[in-house]
Design a protein around this ligand. Structure first.
Ligand code: TXA
Ligand code: MG
Length: 347
């Protein structure tokens, strides 16, 4: 990247910030996954995110702000809980939901009276947010993937996902490359918009765990209730590759593989324990720890998807709390595949 003198902000960042200010879409890296950004206060730009993703317009998007930005611009009230979480975890992979300030367009929150806010820690994201509107703006950004598909953790994933839209004249003006996202799964989301009645609620588990939140908040955040704010990342079917994904217990793996191969099916395998006895058509081995696993999860699913096997088998992970974030994503990636798989086995 070339660097301009005085401000020391790379030209590419300045151009990206200007594109956002002009109402265009820019994909950018964060420490969790890549985001597809637009000026959060420009309803037409936000509508273009929905168009590019093929996402229903009643799904809210997260507003990203620069470190030190005035959060009270976005939210009606800032509870002490939010202040504590900001001090402990921002910039970082934590989003919270607050009551939306009246002047913020409803388009960013899918018409709900709340707003999701996060300050990411990736240096390219921070540079972009600091350059955009002089660090005072907000960038609405869902993950930079088609609705329901696997989130991108590399710039190449974004380009593969939006082939049409990144061509010149397409909906997406620029894709910033910041290397592979370190965390690899989307931010933890905590609802703080209904504290008086419900307390803090964990809407989406992530790298920052319920225990870490509890250590700061003094209470363990509750699981979502029926009236909790809607979150598309919490739909049952989400984060899914095109190939059906099925989780299989380690003890059953050999048996399932034999059954599939007897029926002439091709299979891809994502393992985290060694399985030298299994001859998969494609095989990806992930680290046996939740942080390393999360880092490689989406790139692994995308790679195995490219094998065009009949099914991606995922060695089921331990159900312990530390695996909650990745288990949540795998369960959603596999949600629609059960019936297909049963049919494949002829059951
Ligand atoms: O790590 C992340 O959060 C990434 C990066 C790009 O920052 N973004 C991301 O965005 O995962 P997305 O749109 O794919 O998921 C955002 C989630 C959705 O489930 C959305 O419904 C929820 O946040 N959300 C955003 N604003 C909300 C609101 N006002 N009320 C309830 N849920 C909200
Ligand atoms: Mg998403």
């Amino acid at each position: 990247m070339s660097v301009v003198s005085k401000t020391d902000v790379p030209l590419e960042i300045i151009a990206a910030a200007q594109a956002l200010e002009a109402g265009k879409l820019v994909a950018f890296p964060t420490e969790t996954v890549y985001g597809l950004g637009a000026d959060a206060e420009n309803p037409q730009a936000v509508a273009n995110i929905y168009a590019a993703k093929g996402r229903p317009s009643n799904h809210p998007v997260i507003v990203h702000i620069a470190p030190g930005a005035d959060i009270s611009y976005w939210a009606k009230e800032i509870p002490a809980e939010a202040e504590k979480l900001i001090a402990a975890f921002w910039p970082g992979p934590l989003t919270f939901i607050l009551k939306r300030a009246d002047h913020i367009p409803a388009a960013v929150s899918g018409g709900q009276d709340t707003v999701g806010i996060r300050c990411p820690s990736h240096p390219v994201a921070i540079a972009l947010l600091s350059a955009f509107k002089g660090g005072k703006g907000g960038v609405a950004a869902p993950s930079a993937n088609k609705f329901g598909h696997v989130s991108p953790t590399m710039a190449s994933h974004v380009i593969e996902e939006f082939e049409q839209e990144v061509q010149s004249g397409g909906l997406i003006a620029r894709v910033l490359d910041g290397g592979q996202s370190e965390v690899g799964i989307e931010s933890t989301i905590v609802d703080l918009s209904r504290l008086a009645t419900h307390g803090p609620v964990l809407l989406r588990p992530g790298h920052i765990s319920a225990e870490q939140l509890a250590a700061v908040l003094g209470v363990i955040p509750a699981s979502p209730d029926a009236a909790a704010p809607r979150a598309s990342g919490t739909l049952d079917a989400h984060y899914a590759p095109h190939t059906p994904v099925v989780q299989v217990a380690v003890e059953e793996l050999d048996d399932v593989v034999q059954q599939l191969q007897a029926k002439g099916k091709t299979l891809a395998l994502m393992s985290y324990l060694a399985h030298p006895a299994i001859h998969a058509d494609a095989w990806r081995h992930l680290p046996n720890d939740p942080v390393g696993y999360a880092h490689d999860l989406y790139a692994g699913l995308r790679e195995l998807d490219h094998a065009h096997a009949d099914v991606i088998l995922v060695e089921a992970l331990p159900q312990e709390k530390i695996w909650q974030g990745v288990n949540d994503r795998l369960r959603r990636a596999a949600f629609d595949s059960r019936d297909v798989f049963e049919k494949m086995l002829g059951n």
